[in-house]
Structure formats: C-alpha cells, structure tokens
Design a binder for this molecule. Structure first.
Ligand code: GLC
Ligand code: CA
Length: 582
C-alpha cells in the first residue's frame, strides 16, 4: 500500500528543500488560480466521511444503519460541511466490512433498503447536503452471483469477468504468485484477488498481455468490454436514485500489467487502460449527471487527475505518514519509524512531505484536486495521544491546504484511537479496528450510539470516563466540535481558502517548525502559520506582497514584524494562526 520513496535521490531532494529552494521559486504570491473543471459546489466544499456500521443505530440491533444517518442529518448540516461520503452500504458477506460486494444493486439488509438510500439522498438534499457513495469497481465478493458463475466448470457469460489462469497446478507468473488463490471451485484454475482472498479481481484485461499466457485477456476483449458497460450501469443506478457522485475504491487497480510487483499492482498501476475506463465514466458523468463529483482512492494524482477524477486521495505514501503517523505506535503496521510533524514533541519533518506533494500538485493543480484526508477508516485516528489543541492545529492545516478536505466522522469531537486489544471484526485488522468504533453522541448507554446490549455492538465503544461526546461538546463554546465548525465556516467565507486558490509555501525547513504558507485568490491573501510543537519557534520569510495591515481569522493573533519584504514571526508552542493580509 505504500510507495518505496526511500531512494537516495528523493531523500537528497527532500534535504535540499529548505527555505532557500522554496524561496527561490515560489514566494511570489500572484493570486492567480484557475478552478479545475468541477461542479460549482465542489469549489469550496468540505466532506464528512461516514462509516455506516458505527454512525447511529436507529433500531437497536447494535449496528448503524441508513435511517440512523437520516436521523443525524441536522447534526451533520450543523457542522457546516457540504457533502457526505458513505462507506459501502451494499449487500455483502462483510469479509472486508462491505468492500466485498455481493450485489451492487442492493442495500445490505443490515443497513436498510434501497428505499432508505433514496430517502437518505432526498433528506440530505432538502438540507443542501450532497451524498456520494463508494464505488468498488476493481473486485466483488466471492459470494457475488457473477463470481459464482465464473467459478463454474462450464463456460458462461461470466467466465471471463474475473481473472483465472487455466491450471490449478501450474504457478502463475512470479510477480503475481501472491495474488492467486488455488482450489476454490470446480473450475480448473486459480483466481486473482485484489486485496483479501474474498475479493476476486474483476477482469479489466491486461495491458501488454504475455502471449505465453492465453488467460491474460487484452483490455479490449469483448468480455472485458461487457463488464465495463455493466459497471457503468452500477453508477447510473445509484445516481438515478439520487446520489451526487462517488468515491472510487482502489481506482488504480483495474487493468493489470505483466511486470508490476507486490502492492503496486493493487494501488498504483498507471495503465492507460485503467485511465481510459475512468475517462469514459467521467464523460458519462459530464453528459448524464453534470453536477456530480468523482474522487479516487488512487494516491497518484498525476494519473488520477488526467481527465479521470475531479479529486484524488493522496495518502498511501510515506509523506502522508510524515504528517500524522510516523511513530510505529501510531501507524501500527510496523512500517514507519520516526516522528510525525504534527506532534508536540516537535521532532518531525515537513520537507519530505512537501516535496512529494509539490511533485504532484504543481502539474495537476489546474486539472483537479488533491485530498489529504483528515483521518479515514483505514488509518489510525488522528486522535491518537493528541489533545484537542493538537487536533485543532491539524484541522487548521487540513482545512486551509489546497484541495477538498474530508473529515472522518468523530474526529470533529476528538474521538480517540482505541487500543489494539479492540476486536478485529470484518477485516478491520489494527489499526483499523480502533478507528471504526461507534460515534460518541452522549455519555449515556453505549455513548448514545445504540440501545442494544453492549455485547451486541458492532465494535465496543470507548470505555474511558472522559470519552468525548457530542452532547457535552455542543454545550461548550470552546470545544473541539465548535472550533472545528469555525474552521469549516472560514473555508466558505474566505475566497483565499477556496479549494483551488493559489498555494505558496513560505517557510518549510528541514526538521524545523513552524510551517508557513500562503493561499491567494485574486486580491484575497491569507497566511497560515502552524506550530504543532510544544516549543516556541521563529520563522523569517519573504512576502513580495504589499499590505497595510493583518487581521487574524482564526487561532492566535501573532505579530508579523515586517522589514522591507521580510516578515519575522515568533510562534509560541502549540499554536496556529490564519491571518488575512489587507
Ligand atoms: C480500500 C478500502 C479499504 C479496503 C480495501 C480493499 O483501500 O478503503 O477499507 O479494505 O480497499 O477492499
Ligand atoms: Ca441498526
């Protein structure tokens, strides 16, 4: 799931990106920016991600449901967000929490019915909220009727809809050995999975198929084309019911390549055939649903924003970990080591992240948006040994950075990552299990999530005495909940914080705090200063922009000492400031 960015070259480039190299190219604030092609509502939109299992249980069976989300729409609206992304709610045996779909056209009974989905879309629209669904195009569940037909010995319509080699005994090519599952069915062959064993890859064909392997179908094979048409109908089905777009799961993992190894083949293939499929869908959406929004889990904006998606999540790379989850006890997968930039210890580094970000941002900024999610269902919670103040600084970053912000449910109240001892249900191996726990509505039974007995809950709730909850935070004007609302409101009131507004890094030095950047849109200019470290820090940077005064919009009112074009600012520990130049 992770790039290998540790080549000497990129380390060296990261080291060179001190203030001088940033200054050399980019401290010119021009205010010039072009909004990428997207529906108007996306241009300053903030999304809220909801995990249906654990948001709100309306019927007391221990699991969240669509009716539960409907009941909470007024709360969601009160956050000031514009749109909701729902994790999968489709029929599924839940081997991977619903990312293993057995019927694309049906809501899973545990969440409700298709009518409930329609009502959810309608009720959200009444409140001016958009809703996007999760489109899992690269694989189904093994329990899908399509796969069950494909696994039969006889040849039928679905035989080629999945990737099977033609012999159970012969090993597939080396780079794929880990991806094939043997002995599942009567069919003499092995099927390719895309993630867990229960998620057989749908067959989008092979770019440059190896002629030694007849089972590697070309990307324009008629059966591959038929599958692609069916997938378009899946999108149309939910759009016609009222959805406003979708998030595409593992969007880069459709067409296969004969020589891509390991996890790269699942997350980051850059095959033209994959792009072509999404470009066709984008065309279809433009024509049939012009107000709709498409965001990918590709984590390679240069490919994803090439006329495929409006936006791409950029989080499966070590630069994202550098921000929030570098410590091995935070990421909990044994990969990363070191210190997060957003940590009171103040031992993090921003430059490796920034270099990789700019590599993607600079060539794509007029084409689409890069999303750096504020938590999600696959990572540990940001509230992992962090205070409300720490989290507010992170949200100030997420809301003021370019691109479309996505806030994971519960993060607005500072829900915590729960210990690794929490049950690992439905493919939620750590750290996912500790980040998918029930929303904390009150300090009542099950923290207001459900009336079921505690042992019937999808996952146990936070047992800490001081577990944050919505009810308490509503009453406190200085709660994280209310501070988050103010930040979201700022995004909508400040043109310089529009998702497409110009981004100019001003102070970003190796192993140094603070991190300072400007956002600008025409004559509107905002400077953002972030110091998550507990120690006071000073920044000196060049702003070739004439202004007569500053006004703090959020955070601490810092003094900008200006001499010629050089600004010096002293930033106390654990402080941020969003400042408007006037
Ligand atoms: C995506 C989902 C994740 C899931 C995986 C495989 O990465 O976000 O939750 O497990 O795809 O389906
Ligand atoms: Ca329920």
């Amino acid at each position: 799931m992770r790039h290998n960015f540790t080549s000497c070259l990129s380390v060296l480039a990261g080291m060179l990106l001190g203030v001088s190299s940033v200054n050399a190219q980019s401290t010119t604030i021009t205010g010039n920016c072009t909004a990428p092609e997207s529906p108007e509502w996306v241009k300053s939109a903030v999304f809220y991600q909801i995990y249906p299992q654990t948001y709100y249980d309306s019927n007391g069976d221990g699991i969240g449901d669509l009716q539960g989300i409907i009941l909470k729409l007024d709360y969601i609206k009160s956050l000031g967000v514009d749109a909701i992304w729902l994790n999968p709610y489709f029929e599924s045996p839940f081997c991977d929490a619903g990312y293993d779909i057995s019927d694309y056209y049906k809501v899973a009974p545990r969440y409700g019915t298709n009518d409930d989905a329609k009502r959810l879309f309608d009720e959200a629209h009444k409140r001016g909220l958009k809703v996007i669904f999760d489109f899992v195009a690269s694989y189904t569940s093994i329990e899908s009727k399509w796969f069950q037909a494909s696994a039969r010995q006889d040849t039928n319509k679905f035989t080629n809809w999945y990737i099977w080699n033609d012999n159970t005994w012969l090993n597939p090519p080396k780079e794929y050995q880990d991806a094939f599952i043997k002995g599942y069915s009567r069919r003499n062959g092995q099927y390719m999975r895309n993630f867990y064993y229960c998620q057989p890859a749908l067959n989008f064909g092979f770019a440059l198929p190896d002629t030694n392997y007849k089972w590697q179908l070309p990307t324009n094979h008629p059966d591959v084309m038929a599958l692609r048409e069916e997938m378009k109908n899946v999108v149309r089905f939910w759009m016609n019911l009222g959805a406003d777009g979708f998030r595409a799961d593992m969007a880069g993992a459709l067409a296969k390549t004969a020589n891509v190894e390991g996890n790269e083949q699942f997350f980051n293939t850059h095959e033209d055939a994959t792009k072509k499929f999404w470009q066709e869908i984008r065309d279809m959406m433009r024509k049939e649903y012009p107000q709709s929004f498409m965001v990918s889990e590709w984590s390679y904006p240069k490919a994803a924003l090439e006329n495929c998606f409006h936006a791409d999540f950029f989080h499966w790379f070590d630069g994202y970990n550098d921000l929030f989850q570098k410590e091995s006890w935070r990421i909990l997968n044994g990969y990363s080591q070191g210190h997060s930039y957003f940590d009171v210890e103040g031992k993090g580094n921003i430059t490796h992240f920034l270099k990789n970000y700019l590599d993607q941002y600079t060539p794509t900024k007029d084409k689409g948006y890069i999303c750096l999610p504020l938590g999600n269902h696959d990572n540990a919670r940001l509230g992992n040994n962090r205070s409300a103040t720490d989290l507010e600084i992170i949200y100030a970053f997420g809301i003021t950075f370019p691109g479309v912000p996505f806030l994971y449910y519960g993060n607005e109240i500072g829900m915590r990552q729960l210990p690794t001892s929490w049950p690992q249900v439905e493919g939620a191996y750590r750290p996912r299990n500790g980040a998918r726990t029930p929303m904390q509505w009150s300090n009542g039974a099950n923290l207001g999530f459900s009336t079921a007995k505690a042992d019937k809950l999808y996952l146990p709730v936070d047992t800490a005495k001081n577990a944050p909850n919505v009810e308490a935070e509503e009453k406190d004007p200085s709660s994280l909940l209310n501070r988050t609302r103010k930040l979201i409101a700022l995004k909508h009131s400040e043109p310089a914080l529009a998702n497409y507004a110009e981004f100019v890094p001003l102070y970003a030095k190796e192993n140094t705090y603070p991190f300072v950047y400007a956002r600008a849109n025409g004559k509107d200019v905002v400077i953002v200063v972030l110091n998550p470290s507990s120690k006071e820090a000073t920044a000196t940077f060049d702003v070739n922009y004439t202004y007569s005064k500053t006004a703090v919009l959020s955070g601490k009112d810092l003094k900008f000492i200006k001499k010629d074009n050089i600004i010096t600012v002293n930033v106390p520990g654990q402080t941020y400031s969003i400042v408007k130049l006037k």
